[in-house]
Design a protein around this ligand. Structure first.
Ligand code: CP
Length: 307
């Protein structure tokens, strides 16, 4: 990887970035909190290809690209020629031929960006690929933690919920571990993949034990749409064992609550926890725009140096 001053566009996963590269993105995002807008992408065209639903990621990338003065081409997968059999690569090549240089892609296939990136001169930005990674979500989670807690080194972060299907969990583990945080993943046995310890995370199936001494808890949505088996016995049982509630949080008053969204209130998190004084959830959402501005601007910087 590079020297940390630029973000190479071939690295669509936090696994591929060094600690200093992650810090550079966080610093650039923090600087956009003050400057708000820039001409970094003036004259560039960006588009968003999302083959899975999204509110937060899609909207914040679009706002980020506009704040950097890019032109944003509207693209709806549901009304595109992808539905008539055009491959995603042909779609990218066609749009690239029209002048699109930035593609923000969400796709159900893990690793699809690594496959496509070498076949186009355009920059592909990972907005979530299957259960692999959601790097900008983890970056905004980490930025929010850095703002709340200062340095990441030594922080105890618990990620609770559907770890098995979660690209957010994988990206968070990679990013947090690189910056020196201690990570515990927690959930029912069926929703914690075997071997996750190899990424450097501790594993717990007891939420109250895992939360003891935690500086932050990142609450994941139960991804019912991806579950082909009954991974949980019942939603009330799941909530009783793994729901993040105000009562649980009252024992750890210094613990910040994160959730990548979309939230299922009453399934994995109580409204009193989501909207309570320990919640940093809307700060995460605001930071999403800044992180995505930083990623786009740093890629543009790299592209201009690469010629
Ligand atoms: N966090 C996240 O990816 O949310 P969306 O699915 O709404 O983009």
């Amino acid at each position: 990887m590079g020297d940390g001053s630029t973000l190479e566009p071939e690295g669509p996963a936090l696994q591929d970035l060094s600690a200093s590269e992650i810090e550079s993105i966080l610093d650039a995002a923090a600087s956009f909190k003050k400057s708000k807008t820039s001409k970094a992408l003036a004259g560039r065209v960006a588009t968003l290809i999302f083959s899975e639903p999204s509110t937060s990621t899609r909207s914040s990338f679009e706002i980020a690209a506009r704040r950097l003065s890019a032109e944003v081409l509207g693209f709806s997968t549901a009304s595109s020629s992808l539905l008539k059999g055009e491959t995603l690569l042909d779609t990218i090549w066609n749009l690239e031929a029209m002048g699109v240089e930035y593609f923000v892609v969400r796709h159900e296939v893990s690793g699809i960006l690594e496959e496509l990136a070498p076949r186009t001169k355009a920059s592909l930005i990972n907005a979530g690929d299957g259960a692999h990674e959601h790097p900008t979500q983890a970056l905004l989670d980490i930025l929010t933690l850095r703002e709340k807690k200062g340095a990441l080194k030594g922080l105890k972060v618990v990620i609770v919920g559907d770890i098995l299907h979660s690209r957010v969990a994988r990206s968070n583990i990679h990013g947090l571990k690189k910056l020196g945080a201690k990570v515990t993943v927690c959930g029912p046995r069926a929703l914690v993949p075997s071997g996750i310890e190899s990424l450097g995370a501790a594993v717990s199936h007891d939420l109250d034990a895992a939360l003891s001494g935690a500086d932050a808890v990142n609450v994941l949505r139960l991804q019912l749409e991806r579950q082909k088996e009954n991974f949980v016995t019942s939603l009330p049982d799941y909530y009783a064992a793994y729901g993040v509630t105000a009562e649980r949080l009252s024992k750890i008053p210094g613990c910040a609550v994160l959730h990548p969204g979309p939230m299922n209130r009453g399934v994995e998190i109580e409204s009193a926890a989501a909207d309570g004084p320990q919640s940093a959830i809307l700060e995460q959402v605001s930071n999403g725009v800044l992180v995505r501005m930083a990623v786009l601007a740093l890629i543009e910087e790299w592209r201009s140096h690469a010629g």
